[in-house]
Design a protein around this ligand. Sequence first.
Ligand code: GN1
Ligand code: MG
Length: 369
Amino acid sequence: MNYEHSIEKKLREIAAVFHASGTLVSYEVITTGNINSTYWLKYSQGNGITKTYIIQRINTYVFKKPDEIMSNISLVTNHIRSKSIPGQQTLKFYVTDEGKNFFDDGEGNFWRMSNHIDSVTFDSCDELSIMEAVGAAFGDFQNILSDFDASRLYETIPDFHNTKKRIAQLYENIKKDEFSRVAEVAEEIEFVKQNEKLACELTEMLEKGEIPLRVTHNDTKINNVLFDKQTHYPIAIIDLDTVMPGLAMHDFGDAVRFACNTAAEDEKNLELVSLDLTRFQAFAQGFIGKTAKSLTPNELSSMVLGAITITIELGVRFLDDYITGDKYFKTLYDKHNLVRTRCQFALAKDMIKKREAMEYLVDDIVSQY
Ligand code: GN1
Ligand code: MG
């Protein structure tokens, strides 16, 4: 059986487990996302009517306890749904005969199926109104979850954004050098050493109780916001696998890292990589506009630090994956993780250069509320 045929067979099998209705017309592999495998399926209901579904195979190397992610997602989506926010849609996960929102196929694979929300997404965007809307959507997400009891959530990836631990782990793996790749990355290691103190400031503030944990999204890429096709109004936030207690500055910062970069996350030509201050201003206006009243002064004054921190942290994670044999992130070619590392560090350098300008913009927005 060829590969495509076996995937199609598997998808039909999984869709049946979750009681997809109708007959499969077509499917597509969705290639965005570095962790899970995602498929879009179209089912005919007869009379020209179709229904679309999303099936995902959860990466169990990354998410060791898929049942815990699905428990979190179900609590969070129910919470969002219970607020009945006009214009907002929520992901709905289908259940098996046993009433479970995931399925273990007995071959080591965990699957889930949700509705597909008809929408558009942006991987990058020069349109400032969209940038502001993305900021507002993530800010709103923060507000919607502000009354959610965090103790009900599992920590799906322990220490996910604990920058200190991420760096400590990198140093451990540098010592082991299991794949003999350390010599090649001397410059990158030097960058980490030079910026370690700065990158660990937020972790330390948290340890000292100077900033609060909140329920956060933790993976705020712009393409996790779904927009209405016609109005370009945000209608849903997806990718809820890492919703857990975290820092508001990390949500702010990760979105900035991804959406305000003038290049792609894995751009090889580092001259193209920089922080776009105009996009930053628009995003910050949206995010801080929604959250200024509920965040503490320490949080508001460390938003830019959040962007620098998360950019260095992701570079550290890519580098760690590179020297430990590329097991965590999906890679499309040899050294893909190294390319990603270099891109993140180049962006972090530019953010450090522009830190004052970024802080000035944030302060200006804060002063409006
Ligand atoms: C991963 O798979 P995706 O694109 O949703 C990663 C994020 C990184 C991102 C970088 C669970 O997210 O933390 O920021 O890649 N997710 C996990 O592109 O590790
Ligand atoms: Mg994600």
